[in-house]
Design a protein around this ligand. Sequence first.
Ligand SMILES: Cc1ncc(COP(=O)(O)O)c(C=O)c1O
Length: 418
Amino acid sequence: MADRLAIEGGTPVITKPIPSGAHGPSVIDDREVNAVAEVLRSGKLFRFVENSNVAAFEKEAAARLGVNHTLMVNSGTSALVCALTGIGVGPGDEVIVPGYTFISTAAAVVGVGAVPVIAEIDESLGMDPADVERKITPHTKAILPVHMQGVPCRLDDLIALAQKHNLKVVEDCCQCVGGQYKGAYAGTWGDVGAWSFNYYKVISCGEGGMVFTDDYDVYEHAAFASDPAMPMWMSDKEWQNPPFSRQCYRPSEIMGAIARVQLSKIGDILSHTRRLKKAFLAELDDPKGYIPQHVDDPDGECGISAAIIIKDPALAPKYTEALKAEGLGAGTAYNEGFPDRHIYYYWDSILFKHSPHPSGYPWKDPAYKGNVEYSRDMCPQTLSILGRALRFGFNVNMQADHARLMAAAINKVDAALG
Ligand SMILES: Cc1ncc(COP(=O)(O)O)c(C=O)c1O
């Protein structure tokens, strides 16, 4: 017989709080402090200086990723805007995004004057390739798969789909910095990838982002999009395309200095979180009342999260409450309570086609010949999955025993409720 649940008066599995904390910021030490101090003492805060930290970071990140070109910018959103510009997305184009991602993914599409089309997710919590194919129209220019919470989505299928329909692929790796998929870094499968270094990401310099690609023209367009004066700052470079003017997403040397140190720690961060996730999975019993999140490549993912999807929607709140009583914080992603901006349901600015300009762009742009429609319930599969998905995080402040206790709490609740 299963142990009595804590919610029914039994002894909780977890009696001391599981350590929390952001990934990159948790490992900040004197190296970051000294790197910043050095920049401040030098007085050279602008990225186009001799021995630039930003330039060195770009070089070091390119070597790690094995890509030809990298461009540091001031946020992940900026990286997506530059990446989309890099592959030539603009007015008249549709770009397919998943219904589960930070709103920035869709906002970046609007930012380049194109129209986001929202596709369902599946049990991978990433884009559902079947729904992506249904959403392709003559106006579709690209798909924008997102690797949520360190888990690369179904890239094999999505890349094959893009090839079949002659579409470009931008990979949003903002939550999957350093994650790999079948032997290559997430972000190197499509035409261009984007990282974020905001506070919550695998590595952080407070705010920041990076575009990466093997294609020189994509890089050059992204670079022009990141700074109207780029061709002048980098006068030692022979630009191959006519420069154009866009916004300014230039990072500072302080960001570059922190990012360099953080990049050197990425291996340690991810080997720790991957160990935690492996300990968690090894402890989990065969599920009764839930299915685990589908993960295409368990060895490559970052190990910073796990998700279980409760089969019976009516039981999801019961699992939540029972797990909380066992000492494990839990909650479904979509619960009509907290408006999680990672769910399309709450993207009012997109759903209601709010434009910053009376012309109503991008939806009413004369270049746009499509007729995308949005509604709150347009992706029922996404809402159903997220209404039953309980997500758990692993971070560098935890030890393997914490991960095992988390699994033990899930086992206990599943044995009683599943
Ligand atoms: C999936 C995803 N895409 C894009 C972004 C945007 O990154 P940033 O906050 O650095 O602009 C985020 C940030 O949370 C994200 O999670």
